[in-house]
Design a protein around this ligand. Sequence first.
Ligand SMILES: NC(=O)c1ccc[n+]([C@@H]2O[C@H](COP(=O)([O-])OP(=O)(O)OC[C@H]3O[C@@H](n4cnc5c(N)ncnc54)[C@H](OP(=O)(O)O)[C@@H]3O)[C@@H](O)[C@H]2O)c1
Length: 238
Amino acid sequence: MEKLNGKKIVVAGATGGIGSSLVKLLVQSGAEVFITGRNNEKLSNIAASHGIPSSHFLAADISDGAQMELLADTVLSRIGTPDILINLAGIGIIKPMEQLSLDDFSRSIQTNLIGAFLFVKSFLPAMKEVKKGLIINVPGVLGKVPMAGAAAYSASKYGIVGMMQSIREELKRTEIRITNLFLGGVDSPFWDEIDLRVQKDKMIREEEAARSIWFLCQQPASGVVSEMVLQPFNHQAI
Ligand SMILES: NC(=O)c1ccc[n+]([C@@H]2O[C@H](COP(=O)([O-])OP(=O)(O)OC[C@H]3O[C@@H](n4cnc5c(N)ncnc54)[C@H](OP(=O)(O)O)[C@@H]3O)[C@@H](O)[C@H]2O)c1
């Protein structure tokens, strides 16, 4: 396993259920973590509870190109080129087609897909210069299998898979590794606004989902876990 001690890691979506659990594990392993999300107060609280200095967080909207450029500039000047980029920023709009508006669809694509694009694009020049690194996205199971009501969400998450697989082709002359994690349902605030009957007690716990990403961060650089699937035992879709 690769040691995380001293590794520079940027976590987007660090204020979320999975993200905040992950930050804790990464800090405990000695990584130098830079965290981002939109909510400055949450970022500040998470930083304070894990001893992350105020220079190591910035509120930014992942769907905004200028804000992602500013984020990358800030990270590069404060910690240098990241060894690992982790994107956990995302929204879930799950509705049948009759209720799904164009705005719902656009917001899903703008945050989940264009956001993932902007996040990677803003850091890629620096990572290409050093020719190494690891980029982790979490398309989730709905980036691989369909579900009724998930037209917008799945469009954005399938999009991430195609986009990252294409970027991987461009990076073949570097040692930048790309990992897509297909998580099944995780009991996190993600489900709070979703009007669907879900059995949260049957879902993966946030801490377990975070541990799977922590595990991915430690894979030896000689190989690459291009995909990993982690699903609730009682609800295996793949
Ligand atoms: N929970 C599940 O069942 C599940 C399953 C598979 C995949 N996933 C994926 O895993 C990721 C994390 O999920 P989670 O369960 O931790 O969800 P969560 O608790 O709802 O967290 C979502 C995170 O995304 C951030 N975010 C949302 N919109 C953003 C924007 N425009 N700009 C920047 N950050 C934004 C939120 O931060 P702010 O509010 O601070 O902006 C928050 O940190 C998501 O991509 C989700 O699609 C989740």
